[in-house]
Ligand binder design. Sequence first.
Ligand SMILES: NC(=O)c1ccc[n+]([C@@H]2O[C@H](COP(=O)([O-])OP(=O)(O)OC[C@H]3O[C@@H](n4cnc5c(N)ncnc54)[C@H](O)[C@@H]3O)[C@@H](O)[C@H]2O)c1
Length: 337
Amino acid sequence: MGAVKRVLVTGGAGFIGVHTVRLLVADGFTVLVVDDLRHACGEPLPPNVDLTAADLNSSAAAGAVAHFRPDAILHLAAQGGVSRSVRDPAGDALVNVLGTVAFLKASADVGCRRFVFASSGGAIYGRAARLPTSERTTPRPLSPYGAAKLAAEGYLGVFARTFKLRTLALRYSNVYGPFQDGTGEAGVVAITCERLLSGRAPVIRGDGQQTRDFVFVADVADANLRALRSRVSGAMNIGTGVASSVRTVVDELVAAATYHGSVDFVEAPPGEVRDTALDTRRAAKLLEWRAPTQLRDGLRQTFTSFRERARHATAPASAAPAGTEARPGRGSPAGSG
Ligand SMILES: NC(=O)c1ccc[n+]([C@@H]2O[C@H](COP(=O)([O-])OP(=O)(O)OC[C@H]3O[C@@H](n4cnc5c(N)ncnc54)[C@H](O)[C@@H]3O)[C@@H](O)[C@H]2O)c1
């Protein structure tokens, strides 16, 4: 496999996608984004990046792969809502399983040998007996979303064994950061930022002592870039290895907002996993990657970014800085994987 120069990013207009595409371009890659914009984050892509606005399962998307002839594909596009997958498991599988299979096939057809897939460490392991959880743990997903990610990983294995694709599934933990959708049902950091900035009390589902492995989006973008350049295959956790309570996260954001009101508690959704944290030694060893951003720093950066965006959104049009674009509407609730 020669050096990777041309990368096709599906879902490149989304939250993790925009951060990753900007990093890839800054690093000298030529990038094509395939995204039907149903859940675009509204941040502009770099001017030298082309966009094919097409559904994963469309012939236009397959045609874009054939025309662009990428050295590598980073497959981020997905239906990301866990609750939504429970309401509509077939709709979830259409995008998250069939859409992935379509791209694996398109990749094999044009002789593209590198395929990196966004899987989910939060959703795939279920109630893991051991924390932090390693890639050797048998996945037992609790949601259709997690089952779809696991099924997609199964297809990655088939295409690796049978069609000689070098496939890697990155199992992200809970990703947070600027441009995440805070208007949906998941993503406690983004939702709390939105609520604080619109003068509403933060809401904690459950007692707040449940823990998650919160990883900053810039660190995930760096992992994506390293994964594209590497020849590593199989599955790999991407997280911090640290379990932080939801209460800690909300308290940090409350402090960043200098908010003095109440914090509301509501019932936790049924079946919610109590604690998650990922063992990231494989990524450290094989990608020389770690997540350097400390939670407090990442949360402060995120809150500041949300505040700036809110200011621009409410500023009169004439006061908007040159080059800023309107934020396309969000078609579906966000998920935090
Ligand atoms: N955000 C997290 O915490 C997290 C955690 C684990 C895994 N993941 C995975 O990482 C990937 C990126 O997540 P994100 O948070 O940036 O999500 P996102 O919703 O912000 O971005 C997904 C992008 O994919 C596009 N898309 C969705 N369905 C499509 C389709 N059928 N055809 C073409 N484009 C389509 C959307 O328009 C959007 O721009 C997803 O695969 C998600 O499952 C995310």
